[in-house]
Design a protein around this ligand. Structure first.
Ligand SMILES: Nc1nc2c(ncn2[C@@H]2O[C@H](COP(=O)(O)OP(=O)(O)OP(=O)(O)O)[C@@H](O)[C@H]2O)c(=O)[nH]1
Ligand SMILES: [Mg+2]
Length: 548
């Protein structure tokens, strides 16, 4: 008869514990607090138990009152320890019996078991010691109070010992083996099959056929509890039947020195599986999909009121251009209207402080709605508890969001909309001025000629443009005016092109800035949460030791 084995070594347990340790930190405030606390307690317990080494194997006798736990302990010790005054009618505090080997007291101190019995001096101990194969040196056998008496303290003590022991030996009999309380415990410890054994005691009271039936039934029930491989032994402390088999099982376990590691691995596996269940099924969503980010940014751009600024930037550009390259004779008219950018307190003449009109109620609602939509899309497919968690980290302070939208829009406008004038404007201006001067000179010339004629002064010969018969002053006036108007029209087209380009540049700068705001306040926090979630899954999968 052998216990089931995971066949792992302590290095695996160290890896599992390290992964669980990191997972517990990440799981804090993310997964149910009681499960995280349970995992933390397992890590503490495992580290404490590991400090005491593998020289001792803690075997707990667990079961209902009267099933014969103390009798089994006596049978293994080889003498009735009740004669030493330790035994009571029913066991109310744990008794630790230890067999030879290293000093077990530090371990029993940690286990908080003050009642101790050194078996090495017992005459009956020799019965097991004479054969090296069945040496129990290193065994610390714990006779534990029952879990089903009226004494709540007994149950708590039993549960405490059951949490700390390396090997759990349940003792039952033909009357009690179907006991619900015991099977509840077994189910809860279904990952502990490698460190669980079942003893069907008092078989002296049964016929051979009944023993077979009971054993088969008990095995079936244990398989249903999730412990199909755990050994089941039939014993009688009254006749000694089966006791050598139980002794060999314990001797093997003590010799292998692996029960402690396997017990701790089972604990780490079980608690990691619980946390993995809390984490929900894997869905491969490790970051916010880019289409959600794009959609959110587009909505926020809409809500930001950037159109007001881009329109002003385009109009301002046209207005500046008209002042520089427009027809000189009508430039003054433009100056009567206020500069579009100055109206927004942006660009030239700005105090440097943004004073864009505050976002309207509709815009505020639009930005809030955009964030809500994005979060709803992200969380739609996520299992509990992630929708709430993601919504919590992804919902920004809306006043902050709107301030930032306001700031980035005006900043983008200021950076792109002001200052730099296209180089061709200077040349165009010079040309327009030259044409205007030409027209004015032509006009003055003609005026002087007209004035001379009025005063009936003798004709001053007026030169003609060669071969055309058109007098210079006329050509200068008409040509200067006409060319100026035509050029102003051409320049207007070029300026319109430039103003569109400038507005587009402002818009794309603002869009880039709004994407950054969306990232900082919504997408990045959600990404961090999703990354923590997938890291948790990775760590917990490692911590289960490959059990999922
Ligand atoms: N016939 C028979 N009676 C047994 C056997 N083992 C134990 N008993 C009796 O069962 C009763 C209970 O035995 P204990 O060993 O005190 O049982 P326990 O599980 O320690 O009980 P608690 O300490 O109350 O939890 C005693 O009267 C024993 O004599 C056995 O193999 N055959
Ligand atoms: Mg007892």
């Amino acid at each position: 008869m052998r216990l089931g084995r995971f066949g792992r070594d302590p290095v695996d347990l160290a890896d599992q514990l390290a992964a669980l340790g990191e997972a517990v930190d990440l799981a804090t405030d993310r997964l149910p607090a009681d499960h995280v606390e349970q995992a933390r307690a397992i890590i503490t317990k495992a580290n404490d138990r590991l400090r005491h080494g593998t020289n001792h194997t803690l075997v707990a006798l667990l079961g209902a009152t009267g099933s014969g736990k103390s009798s089994v302990a006596n049978a293994l010790v080889g003498t009735n320890i009740a004669t030493t005054g330790i035994r009571r009618p029913t066991t109310s505090s744990t008794l630790g019996c230890y067999w030879g080997g290293d000093d077990p007291h530090p371990l029993l101190d940690w286990l908080e078991v003050p009642n101790r019995h050194d078996v090495s001096g017992e005459p009956g101990a020799a019965a097991g010691a004479h054969s090296p194969a069945s040496s129990l040196d290193g065994l610390v056998l714990l006779d534990v109070p029952d879990h089903d008496s009226v004494e709540v303290g007994h149950r708590l003590e039993m549960e405490r010992i059951a949490r700390h022991a390396d090997l759990l030996v349940w003792v039952t009999d033909a009357e009690k083996y179907g006991d619900k309380a015991m099977h509840d415990y077994l189910r809860r410890l279904s990952h502990h099959g490698a460190v669980t054994a079942m003893v069907l005691n008092k078989v002296d009271l049964l016929t051979d056929d009944d023993v077979k039936t009971c054993l088969a039934d008990l095995q079936r029930l244990m398989a249903a509890d999730g412990l199909p491989g755990a050994p089941v032994l039939a014993v009688s402390t009254a006749t000694g039947e089966g006791i050598p088999g139980l002794r060999s099982l314990l001797a093997e376990t003590v010799a292998e020195r692996s029960a402690m590691i396997e017990r701790l691995q089972a604990d780490v596996t079980a608690t990691s599986l619980t946390l993995l269940d809390d984490l929900g099924p894997g869905d491969g969503l490790n970051q916010v999909p880019s289409r959600v980010t794009d959609q959110l940014a587009a909505e926020l751009v809409g809500a930001s009121g950037i159109a007001v600024v881009t329109d002003a930037v385009a109009a301002g550009h046209r207005r500046d251009a008209a002042g520089r390259v427009g027809w000189p004779f009508t430039r003054w008219a433009r100056r009567l209207r206020p500069h579009p950018l100055r109206r927004l307190h942006l660009g030239r003449g700005s105090s440097g402080l943004s004073s864009l009109p505050q976002l309207s109620g509709v815009q505020l609602a639009r930005s809030e709605n955009a964030v809500r939509q994005a979060l709803a899309t992200i969380t739609a497919e996520l299992p509990e508890p992630w929708p709430d968690r993601i919504s919590e980290v992804g919902t920004p302070n809306h006043a902050l969001l709107n301030n930032q939208l306001d700031a980035v829009v005006s900043e983008a406008a200021r950076a792109t909309g002001a200052g730099r004038t296209p180089r061709w404007w200077a040349a165009a201006n010079a040309l327009q001025m030259a044409l205007a001067v030409t027209a004015v000179v032509g006009a003055v010339w003609l005026a002087l000629l007209a004035f001379g004629a009025y005063l009936r002064l003798p004709d001053v010969p007026t030169p003609d443009i060669v071969d055309t018969g058109i007098p210079y002053p006329t050509a200068m006036l008409v040509g200067g005016l006409l060319l100026g108007v035509v050029l102003a029209a051409v320049f207007r087209q070029l300026v319109a092109l430039g103003s569109r380009r400038r507005a587009t540049a402002v818009r794309s700068n603002a869009e880039a800035a709004v994407v950054q705001v969306a990232r900082d306040l919504v997408v990045d926090p959600v990404d961090r949460e999703l990354a923590a979630r997938s890291r948790l899954r990775e760590l917990l999968t490692t911590a289960t030791g490959g059990r999922r």
